[in-house]
Design a protein around this ligand. Sequence first.
Ligand code: NAD
Length: 327
Amino acid sequence: MKAIVFGAGGFIGHHLVNRLKKEGYRVTGVDLKHPPFSPSEADEFILADLRQEKNVKEILSTGADELYQLAADMGGAGYIFTGENDANVMHNSALINLNTVYHCIKFNIKKVFFSSSACVYPAYNQADPDNPVCSEDSAYPAQPDSEYGWEKLFSERLYLSFQRNYGLNVRIARFHNIFGPECEWQGGREKAPAALCRKVALARNGEEIEVWGSGAQTRSFLYIDECIEGVRRMMLSNFTGPLNIGSEEMVTINQLAQMIIQISGKNLRIVNMPGPVGVMGRKSDNRLISEVLGWKPSQSLLQGVELTYRWVEGQVAYSQHNSTKRI
Ligand code: NAD
């Protein structure tokens, strides 16, 4: 079996490549960059800009049993909720998806996975931190809280229209806050779990760490291994989706920060400050995934956060040790 992974230099794509290799696939990885923290296990890694149609054409012309389309211009709240990156997020990701669907049909790619996001869900259903509504059928009437969410919704519809009109065999998952080792942990695109791990790792006993917003906003976070398990199970099923792949264990952001502080063994104080936060509540609804796959994520948040904190702590120590002055 041959698989192509778009976004193979990114967090989820890199883990997916390694999983597909373990399952015996021949894998071609594609990205603008190599994975930053460990070498890809892909048989072939192509550095290419997927906004360029000629690149997508050339790569897909070799054919594949499966294509996983994970490439996107994305980041955490500091990247997608400030408004500063809206035009790039919409333009770059939409171009990648437009090129992808067209050439999948042209070159008869047998099955295509598209990674959508929980950010498609309407803001009006996520105002109450204790009772967010994120069932798959609640996406309409649409009112995502970011342009990132609108692009994902557009692209879901793009893949589904190519399925209806041209028989494209698609699987669409809506990921909910995936985290784990080898995710972005600094630089502006990092998401809450890694950002908080970094702040805690950098802080000294008795100091304070800053947490954006009131800290009462809720989320659920899914450990990377369970995300990949969900992707593979969905790909092997006959269910097109969209399907939530996320955890149902909901915590406030301050509870997450407190959990990380406890893991670190440090005595730190949380200071809430204004910052981009997105909706007040969000949590995966796993009724549909249980029904159609007979499986749902079950690992505790604590287990995943422990593994992630240790990894981020190592990165922080390494970068401090190797910090060089540039003049
Ligand atoms: P990531 O940013 O680590 O990976 C995305 C990769 O796409 C990056 O390596 C980037 O270089 C690549 N890319 C961007 N533009 C490209 C281009 N023009 N040509 C080639 N490659 C390009 O993100 P991730 O966390 O691994 O997410 C993977 C997918 O899952 C994305 O589509 C994202 O929107 C979706 N998703 C992720 C989460 C999450 O919590 N991580 C949640 C919801 C949805």
